[in-house]
Design a protein around this ligand. Structure first.
Ligand code: PEP
Ligand code: MG
Length: 584
């Protein structure tokens, strides 16, 4: 029996026979060509692209028929990549200069492109590298006449084990056959993790050397709650996990009862519980979990397709889709938050020494006025489809907020002049994610329509800890007294000016933080869908007065560790949180 730990990517506990799926490497020939061969080589490249396109189109039809919206989106992005004229032109130019066969030149071009993305700090771009490899592998497979092995060839019920799944491979995944995933690569936001969650199959990713330890046919047990995989578990271990599974299933079923209930405290204080999304298709899942609105739509995910910006019309239809799906409930769309840890090769300044302290978010938008104006125009145009709120990320100074508001005003005037309808009552607010903004929240609150606290950045900037750096992760502490004080100040200043405060950072979905935030008077919590029922349950189990006392108690403590220990003891006594709320 061997136990390994990875990243818990999709919840649930399951066991079964392993199917090890490792794609064979392609052998790419390399030889010199004369100038006269170029036309022929280009024709071969074009043919391979067309074959790849028709394969992707067939997968797309299959994905649509099965209603796999995530897969549809991924496959559509593959079609865009396959039709990218700039990439084709680059490969052609390279072949003319190097005079090497097209297989070799295309292989190098795909590899360099995906390596560039894979080296980026932002996980979103690193994951794009997988798409490039996937598309490249498909095209190269046709150039060297290799048929791609398909996951549809698996039968029975298996736990799929591999290095990583290519995004298009996941379309062939049948959740009735593949009951769980264990992969060497990937993180919580990788395609594989997103898809596993949407298929509701347990997944553990980031399992180093897994494929060296498991063979097809081995018994394998995966615990997606704790991020643990056990190969060939003994009888005692199986019994232990069978028990955990029963507890977990019962707990989820019990919790789901809270999804459709209001988040109302025992003494009648009503709190709004919203969801966060990155792409419009996530709305349905959020509704299932009981989201009463969208507190954060990270609009930058529309902009991460390499090579081109989304047009105004493309943006209008994405925003309108979300607004319509939410049927008049609040939808807060954040304007473009690029830069920092979300670089886009063609737009961002990749030479910055300190990108997290650099040209990102609202700073980027105020200097790239046209991109910003186009987005604002799209947002106002879409506003007639529901209840839109707009917020600006990373506001540091009041001047930035005024400058962004001025551009909103210009956009509204232009739309009026062109007689394009929009909602005149769109509320505009600031994200509070820089300590300066939280400390001077009294100033911003005078003119802001609302606040939304982005704790992911607020904690990183307050404590000086890069939120993505594992080596200093032990310092990244939501319960550091400085963080708690900044949150308290932000809420108090907002309420003094009569505006509402949302929190859309990860802390809002942390059940350990719920009582404290409630006690400070947070009006709206916005989080990943699956956390909603549990947060609602906690809010419904207490009175506001109890939460206020609890928050007051925490504010008197002097260290994050002391605070966390106190919360843990309290929550374990009061709620059933021991099953998977152990913090990493
Ligand atoms: C945050 O910083 O808390 C936030 C919600 O924004 P993001 O995680 O997208 O930076
Ligand atoms: Mg942020």
């Amino acid at each position: 029996m061997v136990e390994i730990r990875g990243i818990s990517a999709s919840p649930g506990i399951i066991w079964g026979k392993a199917f090890v799926y490792i794609e064979d490497a392609l052998t790419i020939p390399k030889y010199d060509i004369g100038p006269a061969w170029i036309v022929n080589e280009l024709k071969r490249f074009q043919d391979a692209i067309e074959k790849a396109e028709s394969e992707v189109r067939a997968l797309l039809t299959e994905a649509r028929a099965k209603g796999f919206s995530q897969s549809t989106e991924i496959l559509n992005s593959h079609l865009v990549m396959l039709r990218d004229p700039q990439f084709f032109a680059e490969v052609e130019e390279r072949m003319r200069v190097e005079l090497k066969n097209i297989d070799w030149v295309a292989y190098q071009a795909f590899r360099e492109y995906s390596d560039r993305l894979a080296a980026m700090e932002d996980q979103v771009f690193r994951e794009r590298a997988t798409d490039i490899r996937d598309v490249g592998h498909r095209v190269l497979g046709h150039l060297v006449h290799r048929r791609k092995v398909s996951l549809t060839e698996i039968s029975g019920r298996v736990i799929l084990v591999g290095r990583d799944l290519m995004p298009s491979e996941t379309v062939a995944l049948n959740p009735a056959i593949v009951r769980g995933l264990a992969m060497e690569e990937g993180g919580r936001t990788s395609h594989t993790a997103i898809l596993a969650r949407s298929f509701e199959i347990p997944a553990v990713l980031g399992l180093k050397d897994l494929t060296k330890l498991v063979q097809t046919g081995d018994e394998i047990l995966i615990d997606g709650n704790q991020g643990v995989v056990v190969i060939n578990p003994d009888a005692a271990t199986r019994r232990l996990y069978e028990k955990s599974r029963r507890i977990w299933v019962r707990r989820e079923e019990n919790l789901h009862r809270f999804a459709s209930l209001p988040a109302e405290t025992r003494d009648g204080k009503l709190i709004s519980v919203f969801g966060n999304i990155e792409v419009p298709d996530e709305v349905e899942a959020l509704k299932f979990f009981g989201a009463e609105g969208i507190g954060l739509y990270r609009s930058e995910f529309l902009f991460i397709q390499p090579g081109r910006l989304p047009s105004e019309d493309v943006q209008v239809s994405a925003y309108a889709q979300v607004l319509e799906a939410m049927e008049g409930r609040d939808v807060t769309i954040r304007t473009l938050d690029l830069g920092g840890d979300k670089m886009i090769p063609d737009l961002s300044d990749t030479s910055e020494k300190n990108p997290l302290l650099g040209w990102r978010a609202i700073r980027f938008c105020l200097s790239e006025r046209q991109i910003f104006k186009t987005q604002l125009r799209a947002l106002y145009r879409a506003s007639i489809h529901g209840k839109l709120k707009i917020m600006f990320p990373l506001i540091t100074t009041i001047e930035e907020y005024y400058a962004a508001l001025d551009i909103c005003g210009e956009v509204r005037n232009e739309l009026r002049g062109r007689q394009i309808p929009f909602d005149e009552n769109v509320s505009v607010g600031c994200m509070i994610e820089i300590p300066a903004a939280a400390a001077a929240a009294d100033i911003l609150a005078k003119d802001a329509g609302f606040f939304s606290i982005g704790t992911n950045d607020l904690i990183q900037y307050t404590l000086g800890v890069d939120r993505g750096n594992q080596r200093v992760a032990y310092l990244y502490d939501s319960f550091h007294p400085a963080v708690l004080r900044l949150i308290r100040n932000t809420i108090a200043c907002a309420h003094a000016e009569g505006i509402r405060v949302c929190m859309c950072g990860e802390m809002a979905g942390d059940p350990f933080a719920t009582l404290f935030l409630l006690g400070l008077g947070l009006d709206e919590f916005s989080m990943h869908g699956s956390s909603i029922p549990e947060v609602k349950k906690i809010i419904r189990s207490v009175s506001f007065a109890e939460a206020q006392d609890f928050a007051g108690e925490l504010m008197r403590m002097t260290s994050g560790r002391e605070i966390y220990g106190f919360i843990k003891r309290h929550m374990e006594k009061r709620f059933d949180l021991a099953v998977y709320s152990e913090r990493s």
